[in-house]
Design a binder for this molecule. Structure first.
Ligand code: SAM
Length: 359
């Protein structure tokens, strides 16, 4: 059966046919990859205005009726787990803590069999109130985004003076047992690129795992420039001014982060402390990608940089069965490209910015 047989609308450019697809219940693609890690965006809205992500006035937000309801999100997550072999779920956005029903979505996801590994990527605002409830609902851990430890820089980068609230949120997440906690940091020239060693020293002392992410061409303003981004090489050189790092011998699998052991430091609970570098631009890891993405309005994306999407929401709202939705999702993933194409001469940034895709 093809996606056209199912009446699923698709964006031009999507691979609509799966005549050559083997009979496999999982989310396989033409390049031998199997997607088992689902990123679900729960909203395109955010309560920060990071300068590298969106303008001060925000963006034109998705109308409520277009966004999936909590029940619709849970149904798609259930189909992913029960029919498609998804094992890991990460809720993201926009800012997923802005979603009132997050605890209910987490609880329903935790009740699935087999229970997926479940995390949330958040800016940390609101965690003081909700970390315990999220842990009680079955959330395993959080990744918190933090680009600086200096209050005035935080206000400059995010356009909100709320560093203290993020740090309080992190403490609440740790108290609630939502670990191991990872800290996601983007370094930008002239803004915070001198802060990598301070951030690592702080993360090690707090028992968090720092991951520094190369800035990608996903900003709403389309102003990303390759020669203005801080590369993995620069990140590592900066960290090594203060720390001695060794490649982590552990199997990396489909993980985006290249991990390093930090000599002389231990993780809470034992074992060597680590730091990760996510070098999507200069050291891409598409060949081992195991991710599939769902936007807040129910579109499957095969990649952050995909130029096309497959519409599960229409199928869901049009009365599609679980089996039909699963089939459409399989066809979408069969069309996943071998790589993100940032280095291709004709590379075009996706229309949706990071905040609307789900980072
Ligand atoms: N609001 C949540 C948060 O702050 O973690 C989730 C969404 S946010 C888009 C997810 C992550 O994407 C954050 O760590 C953010 O710094 C990162 N990010 C945003 N734009 C980016 C870009 N152009 N390149 C790399 N990372 C980016």
């Amino acid at each position: 059966m093809t996606i056209l047989d199912l009446g699923v609308p698709s964006v031009p450019g999507t691979s609509d046919t799966a005549a050559d697809r083997p009979s496999d219940a999982r989310l396989v693609d033409r390049y031998g990859r199997v997607a088992t890690d689902l990123r679900v965006s729960l909203t395109d809205r955010c309560n920060l205005r990071c300068t590298y992500c969106m303008p001060a006035e925000g963006l034109e937000w998705m109308p409520t009726e277009q966004a999936l309801t909590d029940d619709e999100v849970v149904r798609l997550v259930r189909i992913a787990v029960e029919h498609l072999g998804v094992q890991e779920i990460r809720f993201t956005g926009g800012e997923p803590l802005l979603r009132r029903g997050l605890e209910d979505i987490v609880a329903a996801t935790a009740a699935l069999t087999p229970k997926p590994d479940m995390s949330v990527t958040t800016n940390g605002l609101g965690l003081t109130k909700r970390a315990r409830r999220l842990a009680d609902a079955g959330l395993d851990r959080v990744n918190v985004s933090l680009d600086t430890l200096r209050p005035e820089r935080f206000a400059e980068i995010t356009r909100r003076d709320r560093l203290g609230d993020v740090l309080d949120g992190l403490a609440a997440a740790r108290d609630a047992g939502l670990g191991p906690i990872k800290i996601n940091t983007v370094l930008m020239p002239g803004l915070n690129d001198d802060e990598a060693p301070d951030l690592l020293g702080w993360a090690l002392a707090e028992g968090f795992e720092l991951r520094i992410i190369e800035q990608m061409p996903l900003d709403a303003g389309h102003s990303w420039q390759r020669d203005r981004m801080i590369t993995a090489e620069q990140i590592l050189a900066s960290l090594q001014t203060r720390f001695s790092l060794r490649p982590d011998p552990a199997e990396r699998g489909g993980a985006p982060a290249e991990r390093f052991l930090v000599d002389g430091w231990e993780r809470p609970g034992g074992g060597p402390a680590r730091v990760g570098v996510i070098a999507s631009v200069t050291r891409p890891f598409c060949g081992t990608c195991d991710r599939t993405r769902l936007t807040a309005d129910g579109q499957v994306r095969t990649c952050l940089f995909a130029r096309s999407e497959n519409d599960l929401r229409s199928l869901l709202r049009g009365g599609g069965t679980d089996a039909e939705i699963a089939a459409a999702w399989r066809v979408a993933m069969w069309g996943k490209k071998p790589g993100h194409g940032i280095d291709d001469p004709g590379f075009l940034q996706p229309d949706r910015p990071m905040s609307a895709i789900g980072g």
